[in-house]
Structure formats: structure tokens, C-alpha cells
Design a protein around this ligand. Structure first.
Ligand code: NAP
Length: 294
């Protein structure tokens, strides 16, 4: 039976990967603080114990703004995938590594989507460390797939949707500025887990873009989520300049899942349909969780 090692298993995506690879597989999830996979010895000890045929790397340092000042992001985003890749090559295991739209600078004219052949030129420390992680995988692994996803949300952990809901519930009636000049494809982590499974079943290799179909701005996404939840909001569209952050973010992050489509295994639907299904499945629970943390 296939043995699967899922890293970052308490995160948004890791959690959904545990669900998707449930029955019919031997699955083991690993996360901090039990094991620090960026430490080569700890990583190899965990892998030697489990001896997986497939590794799904969902572990990462994902706090984008913190990456600008915290060099430890390089350990999780570059060194960790390198350790996994090295072990996979030595043991003939398949590695699925998850990366990001932030490897691109975002300067492609709107609304031209980015295909996998596009050369990465990251503009943030997060993007640079993730791009270095991709190269560590490509240079060290034998058989691998790298999935670049974008604007991830899920039931588990923190994300943009929960932040916007929290702010609104904490300050009813208050207007909040939300950036309306960055475009991307919001992606449900459960759909990404399904895409990972489809790629693993074919042992399809190479780079894959992996985000929902269609695109929107952060402002559009915040409004759509709260509208679907039935929560009154007063979001105000603004420019990136009006909402400065420590990190420069790509303006055009629209990904085209060209590789998966060419293989006939693209699982993604329009982002609004997927968001609607997410709200049906998890809306009440998310509202309750966010309400509790007010
Ligand atoms: N979130 C997004 O919007 C987004 C967008 C594009 C791409 N991605 C990529 O998608 C993947 C999954 O993201 P996500 O949102 O599911 O991330 P997440 O919720 O932040 O989960 C990542 C998990 O990895 C763990 N981790 C970090 N360093 C580790 C280490 N050294 N050893 C073991 N575990 C470690 C984290 O633990 P701690 O929480 O304790 O640090 C966390 O549980 C990542 O590769 C990310 O770069 C995410």
C-alpha cells in the first residue's frame, strides 16, 4: 500500500491533504513543534522511520510580511524542501512540493494569465525564499511535481477571509479599506488537495499552476465572502499605495493551469463557485470560530 508523508499537516492545505488521502493509503502527517523538518537530521530521521513512497510538502513559512525581516523563512522555504528532495532521490520516492504565485513579479499586463513557462522573478523575501525552494527541489529530487498556487483559503488556520470577517464582526458599521488593484485567483485548499491527489495518481512531473479559474481583487473577494455569509460590511476599495505593507506584492497574479489542462487533470472550477461551496460547508463553523476569537 502507498505510504504518504504530509508535511505542515496542521496548516490549511496539510489538513485538507490528510482528508483527501484518507482511505486506501497509509498517511502520516508531520508538523511543528514535534518535528522541525528544516533541520536535516530531524527530517531524515522522520523519513527513515516512515519510509514513504510519496511526500506532499505543505510546510512553509507563510507569513509574507514577516519574511521581509525574519531570515528563518529561508530554512522552511528553501532548506526544508531541499532535505525532502535529497531523501526522495536516494529512496526513489515521488515529491510533490507546493509553491506560490509570489515567485512572479506581477508585472505582466492585465489580464494576461501567467503560464508555467514564465520565468520567475520574485520581488519579496517570501517569493525569493520559495523560488529558492523550487530550485532545491528541481536540483535534488529525482521525480517531482511543483504546484504554484495562489490566494489560498481553507477551514483550518488563518487566512485573508477570516481576517476580513474578524475585523467586520469586531467593528460593526466601520469602513475598512481593501486593496482593489491586485488581481489573483482565490483557491480553496480542499480543491488544491484534490489537484495534488490527481497529479500523484498519474505521477505527473514538472511545474503546475494550481489555482481556481477566473480572477478578482482582494476587495472583490472580501465582499463576495461576506455577502455569501450574509454579514453586512462596509469595505472601501483602495489602491496598494493607500494600503502600504512591508512587502511589495504582485499586481497581476493570475495563473493559468495550462499543464494540468494539457494532461486533462485540472480539477479547478470558477473561484466564485468554489467559494460558495466553501461557505456552504464551513461558513457556520468559520463564523463561530472567528466570533469566539473576537
Ligand atoms: N496561504 C496562502 O495564501 C498561499 C498562497 C500561495 C502559496 N501558498 C503555499 O501553499 C503551501 C501551504 O500553505 P498554507 O496556507 O497551508 O500554510 P500554513 O497554513 O501556514 O501551514 C504551513 C504549516 O507548515 C508548518 N511548518 C513551518 N515550518 C515548518 C518546519 N520547519 N517543520 C515542520 N513544519 C513546519 C507550519 O507550522 P507553524 O504554523 O507552527 O509555523 C504550518 O503548520 C505553502 O507552501 C505556501 O507557501 C500559500
Amino acid at each position: 500500500m502507498q505510504k504518504i508523508f504530509i508535511t505542515g499537516s496542521r496548516g490549511q492545505l496539510g489538513n485538507d491533504c490528510l482528508r483527501i488521502f484518507g482511505d486506501g493509503f497509509v498517511v502520516e502527517g508531520v508538523d511543528l513543534p514535534e518535528v522541525d523538518l528544516s533541520d536535516r537530521a530531524q527530517c531524515r530521521a522522520a523519513l527513515d522511520r516512515i519510509k514513504p513512497n510519496l511526500i506532499v510538502n505543505c510546510a512553509a513559512f507563510t507569513a509574507v510580511d514577516a519574511c521581509e525581516t525574519d531570515p528563518s523563512c529561508w530554512k522552511a522555504n528553501r532548506d526544508l524542501p531541499g532535505h525532502l528532495a535529497e531523501w526522495c532521490r536516494e529512496h526513489d520516492a515521488f515529491l510533490i512540493h507546493v509553491s506560490t504565485d509570489y515567485v512572479y513579479p506581477g508585472d505582466k499586463p492585465l489580464f494576461q494569465a501567467l503560464e508555467e513557462s514564465e520565468e520567475p522573478h520574485p520581488i519579496s523575501e517570501y517569493g525569493k525564499s520559495k523560488w529558492a525552494g523550487e530550485r532545491a527541489v528541481a536540483e535534488n529530487a529525482g521525480s517531482y511535481a511543483i504546484l504554484r498556487t495562489a490566494w489560498l483559503y481553507g477551514a483550518q488556520g488563518n487566512n485573508f477571509l477570516k481576517t476580513m470577517l474578524r475585523l467586520t464582526l469586531q467593528h460593526p458599521g466601520k469602513p475598512f479599506k481593501v486593496v482593489n488593484d491586485q488581481w489573483g485567483s482565490p483557491t480553496w485548499s480542499l480543491s488544491l488537495a484534490k489537484q495534488i491527489r490527481a497529479i500523484s495518481e498519474q505521477r505527473a512531473t514538472g511545474i503546475f499552476h494550481a489555482s481556481s479559474e477566473g480572477w478578482c481583487t482582494w476587495y472583490d473577494l472580501a465582499c463576495a465572502f461576506l455577502d455569501q455569509l450574509g454579514v453586512e460590511h462596509h469595505f472601501v476599495p483602495c489602491t496598494s499605495e493607500e494600503f502600504p505593507t512591508p512587502t511589495r506584492r504582485p499586481q497581476n497574479s493570475i495563473l493559468e493551469n495550462a499543464h494540468a489542462k494539457a494532461l486533462g487533470i485540472n480539477v479547478f472550477r470558477d473561484w466564485k463557485e468554489e467559494l460558495s461551496d466553501f461557505v456552504k460547508q464551513h461558513g457556520a463553523q468559520v463564523k463561530e470560530e472567528v466570533g469566539r476569537s473576537e
